[in-house]
Design a protein around this ligand. Structure first.
Ligand code: 3H9
Length: 699
């Protein structure tokens, strides 16, 4: 068996190579290997050592799969201390991903060489953790700039190697081969007095100016964290580097790391890390190769089509946009240009970048111009009749082998596919608005979708930086289907006595980016109104939305009309109570003979979140979603569900399915029972004292 850490002698310099694909994570054998090989280097009389990573990447961090399992010695803090205490100079060849424990390893080395492209950072907060191998103590001692240090640690955002060299994190910026340059540097070090190079020996002093910097930073960090606890804890540890001697600072960091590691937030965030990667893998029964996609056709230049076109143009694809009229094209392209202009203003893109994107766009009103497209995505009006007509036309013009996708959010894609002579080429690619910003893409595999068509959609999702989740056909697929019972409970809670603001507050306090009533106002209340008119709703269902319908009928359409469930300041868009909405709600309650009661935030959270998970369990049971963790990804990436809660299915796992099931059973038997349809899968898992995570694993 090849060793994951081995030494290559280059003259008198020992290059200690780490080779642990795919990302050179610091698994137990790697930690052991570093200690072993460094000792070997010293024992064999090497003049200096270089630590380098194979595959163009230094080290992407601790091995996350080992978290939660018993620690196998040596731990990373100890390894870092051993590196730092080594009696010969140790140089880190920092390239590729140098993240988390990887950067901590580099900080324990005496010197660092990097290149401009390296990605250097401490992303632990994204996993609900903080650097646990003295990163919060060595980084500020290295940078001597508290702002840079606290920003890197609390935001988790990596910086480029170029920036790392600028701010003193690296000693040299290589323009050639980083490892060769690190060896050259090691060869040139003649002073073996390494005291000044050992960051743990650097003394920091707290001054009133630095204390003020931290005070201000803490306020900002708390604001941005939106309920996540790790960023603030991480910042507190960086502050401690200025307030405490090194050993005490390390103790504080260690204690905080050990407190966060088993906590709900870190577990949820680690769950999300693996869930996202799992979701984007092809389903087990799919094989073959993706088709090549260079040119993409988009039907419809409205909000959705425009956002999709921007996504593809930004990712370097040639895009042909089809609309019914030149005016519609003018309008659509005008909106896209305006959106990009905003990007220029905010510094996100350059003028030249926008010009390049615009040059990739071709406009047309003729279906014939889609004949050379490899992928065609339809984003036209959401009715079956229109979709069928469009797919009939596409079938006539698209070249053989072109992938035909519909962006429908609810409709039966099997029925749409049947309109063509090539249903195997048809699938759903359901984007979320605004499509150029929202990361989620539901890829809907219809009954006859060919394997290579599905693989093509997954491949373009990667190229366009979307988080893909594969779903099966079913009304509303995964995300929108689950929204219905969630919104039903929110509206019922208002009928029973809560105000829309109380419901929204309970849910934003829970961590949602926005509450359901603020979201409805943003989307436009007329949208739900129209969709209800088109459906054959039961009397029970209609009653729930009476207030929402009356608001629309009275001209309160949401943000676009200045009022909906809330009133909006025309300048600032600040929300306040809409007295008309309050009286409409009161009127409906009294017409329905409801005795209102005060409703706790706990009940609001439980009823809405359990309704969401219950529907998620239906979606799973019917095979519309492959895994509970896929549902979590959908809700995190498409609906503003708090990432640190891990998604609606992970959340109920943390509550315990027994508790959730008994509440649902209680509500089903109670007065509002008609609105509950308990999922067999959820009830069975609860009976067996199992979780959705266990169900996923057993599949
Ligand atoms: C830490 O360091 C704590 C310390 O401070 C203290 C310790 C005491 N471990 O993302 P990809 C797997 S916390 C284990 O698709 P990319 C990943 O699951 C850590 N596995 O590739 C996937 O497996 P699979 C701080 C890991 O090129 C495969 O590698 N570091 C780890 O798009 C490919 O991953 C981080 O948080 C890991 N650390 O992106 C960095 N990393 O093929 C986390 C990846 O079975 N990692 N895998 O699905 C990343 O951000 C990205 O993976 C990276 C590469 C940017 C490195």
């Amino acid at each position: 068996m090849t060793k994951s850490v081995s030494t290559e002698m280059r003259g008198d310099v020992a290059v200690v190579w780490i080779d642990n694909p795919p990302v050179n994570a610091l698994s137990h054998h790697v930690r052991e290997g570093i200690v072993r090989e460094l000792k070997g280097a010293v024992d064999s009389g090497a003049k200096a050592a270089v630590i380098a990573g194979r595959g163009g990447t230094f080290i992407a961090g601790a091995d996350i799969r080992e978290f939660g399992k018993p620690l196998q010695e040596p731990g990373l803090p100890e390894v870092c201390d051993i590196i730092e205490a080594t009696t010969i100079p140790v140089v880190a060849a920092v390239e590729g991903n140098t993240l988390g424990g990887g950067l901590e390893t580099a900080l324990a080395c005496h010197y660092r060489v990097t290149n401009a492209r390296a990605k250097v950072g401490l992303p632990e907060v994204a996993l609900g953790l903080l650097p646990g191998a003295a990163g919060t103590q060595r980084l500020p001692r290295c940078l001597k700039n508290p702002v840079e240090a606290v920003t890197m640690v609390s935001s988790g955002r990596p910086i480029s190697g170029e920036k790392a060299a600028q701010i003193g994190l690296a000693d040299q910026l290589s323009k050639g081969n980083v490892v060769d340059d690190a060896v050259d540097m090691a060869n040139g070090i003649n002073d073996n007095d390494l005291t000044g190079r050992r960051l743990s020996k650097v003394e920091l002093e707290m001054t009133p100016e630095i204390a003020a910097i931290f005070d201000a930073a803490m306020v900002e960090i708390a604001k941005k964290a939106k309920g996540a606890i790790a960023p603030l804890k991480a910042a507190e540890c960086v502050r401690a580097a200025y307030e405490l001697p090194y050993a005490e600072g390390v103790k504080k960091e260690r204690a905080t790391f050990m407190e966060l590691l088993p906590g709900d937030q870190s577990r949820a965030l680690r769950h999300m890390f693996f869930a996202e990667r799992q979701a984007q893998k092809p389903p087990a029964d799919v094989s073959g190769e993706a088709r090549e996609v260079k040119k993409v056709g988009i039907l419809g230049a409205g909000t959705m089509g425009g956002g999709i076109a921007m996504t593809y143009a930004e990712a370097g694809f040639d895009v042909t946009m089809l609309e019914m009229s030149e005016e519609a094209l003018d309008r659509g392209l005008g909106v896209m240009e305006k959106n990009w202009a905003r990007g220029i203003k905010s510094g996100r893109i350059t003028e030249a970048g926008v010009a390049e994107r615009m040059a990739r766009l071709t406009r047309t009103t003729s279906y014939d111009d889609l004949a050379d497209c490899d992928l065609i995505i339809e984003a036209v009006f959401e009715t079956m009749a229109v979709k069928k007509e469009v797919f009939g036309k596409l079938d006539a013009v698209a070249k053989p082998g072109a992938v035909l996708a519909t962006n429908t959010s609810y409709l039966d894609i099997n029925e749409i596919a049947a309109q063509t002579s090539r249903p195997h080429d048809v699938l759903g690619m359901h984007y979320f608005s605004p499509a150029n910003i929202m990361p989620l893409l539901e890829i809907v595999r219809a009954d006859k979708t060919a394997d290579d068509v599905l693989l093509t959609a997954l491949a373009v999702a990667r190229k366009t930086r979307k988080t893909a989740v594969v779903a099966r056909v079913g009304h509303g697929f995964i995300g929108n289907r689950m929204l219905t019972p969630y919104l039903r409970q929110a509206n019922l809670l208002v009928l029973e006595g809560a105000s829309p603001a109380e419901v929204d507050k309970a849910l934003t306090d829970f961590g949602w980016a926005m509450g359901p009533f603020a979201v409805s106002d943003l989307a436009g209340l007329d949208i739900g109104y129209k969709s209800r008119q088109d459906q054959d709703l039961s009397q029970h269902e209609q009653r729930i939305y009476t207030a929402a319908d009356r608001l629309v009928e009275a001209g309160h359409l949401g943000q676009k009309s200045g009022s909906g469930f809330y009133k909006y300041d025309p300048q600032t868009r600040a929300r306040s109570e809409n007295p008309d909405a309050t009286s409409i709600i009161e009127e409906v309650r009294s017409e329905l003979g409801i005795n209102t009661r005060s409703i706790t935030a706990e009940e609001i959270v439980e009823r809405t979140q359990f309704a969401l998970a219950n529907e998620g369990a239906h979606v799973l049971g019917e095979g519309v979603a492959q895994r509970a963790s896929d549902i979590d990804v959908v809700y995190n990436h498409g609906y503003g569900y708090p990432r640190w809660r891990g998604g609606p299915m992970h959340y109920v796992d943390t509550v315990g399915l027994k508790t959730v099931a008994s509440k649902i059973a209680e509500w089903t038997e109670g007065a509002g029972g008609v609105h509950w349809e308990p999922s067999d899968l959820l009830m069975e898992l609860a009976d067996q004292d199992k979780s959705f995570a266990e169900w996923d694993k057993a599949k």
